[in-house]
Design a protein around this ligand. Structure first.
Ligand code: HSE
Length: 298
């Protein structure tokens, strides 16, 4: 039996929802192909240019498959997976989550869907931990559930799929290195009550806006007073990209996950395309190699 998957890129945090909100995109996506083996073995192959490790214990998909095999301790089975990664590692567009969630989903399909989606999130978090040193599920959850998801808690697992609003996403990946582990380390350990109040007002407003399809409410809730002021310093031209996108009519946006990608939400494809153009122009002007995507929430 063979299974072929397209595994979506994701945007974590959605500006104000650090470690709890995320959305799935229809571009970019990884391709993964799975085969069930009749011995306890994991084979990883890569068909892309990224030279990621293929030893299972060092590979994001590999560690997830190892955890699944551990759970099925007495069965003589294994997995072969071929990965064609199109979501660039280190982009902040959920590349590691796609490998992790795709591995869990693909294995489960081969096994006849014996695990729930929550269990798949649990397995996939081991992959995310290998990649970034932290067990957050805000990319994995939307990757597996689709649309926008709220990770109310990851231990115990409590995931709330919200909805899939009819909005367009422009994203730019400027080729600068921002490691998730570094981008987490620089965050403040303590925050002011007045900032916390502002932040949870925004998170609640964003969730309400998503559920009510109220784009004006979404727009005025896309504000982050805790994380963005610290992390945006790592991303050249961040303020400029945001400012010019808003002038073009985008609803709002910010850092995608821990960066360096920046995303903006728009109501129409026309606006989203113009935003992508300006994003590209800003980085071309300063000679930073960049990739842009125009996508829908998936
Ligand atoms: N929520 C995580 C962060 C996403 O912002 O650090 C990165 O993978």
């Amino acid at each position: 039996k063979n299974i072929k998957l397209q595994v979506p890129g994701t945007v974590a945090n959605l500006v104000c929802g650090f470690d709890i909100l995320g959305m799935a995109l229809n571009e970019p996506f990884d391709e993964m192909e799975f085969k069930l083996l009749d011995e306890r073995k994991i084979i990883i192959r890569h068909e892309d240019e990224f030279h990621l490790p293929t030893e299972p214990e060092k590979n994001v998909a590999g560690v997830v498959l190892q955890k699944i095999l551990e759970k099925l301790e007495n069965q003589n089975i294994g997995f072969e997976v071929t990965i064609n990664k199109k979501i660039k590692p280190g982009s902040g567009l959920g590349s590691s989550a796609a490998s992790a969630a795709g591995a869990a989903f693909g294995a489960n399909e081969l096994l006849g869907n014996i695990f729930s989606k929550e269990e798949l999130v649990y397995f996939a978090m081991f992959g995310e931990e290998l990649a970034s040193g932290s067990r957050h599920a805000d990319n994995i959850a939307p990757c597996l559930f689709g649309g926008i998801t709220l990770v109310k808690s990851s231990e115990p697992m409590d995931i709330i799929p919200l909805s899939s609003p009819d909005l367009y996403v422009s994203a730019v990946h400027p080729q600068v290195e921002v490691k998730t582990s570094d981008a987490r380390q620089i965050l403040k350990k303590n925050i002011q009550m007045k900032d916390a109040v502002k932040q949870w007002g925004n998170v609640a407003g964003l969730v309400a806006g998503i559920l009510k399809n109220d784009n004006k409410l979404i727009s005025r809730s896309l504000e982050d007073v805790l994380v963005e002021p610290v992390r945006s310093i790592l991303i050249p031209k961040f303020d400029e990209v945001k400012k010019q996108s808003l002038v073009l009519g985008a609803l709002g946006g910010g850092i995608s996950g821990s960066g360096p990608s920046i995303f903006m939400l728009s109501e129409t494809k026309e606006i989203a395309e113009k935003v992508a153009e300006i994003m590209q122009k800003i980085y071309n002007e300063i000679g930073i190699e960049n990739y842009v995507y125009v996508s829908k929430i998936n």
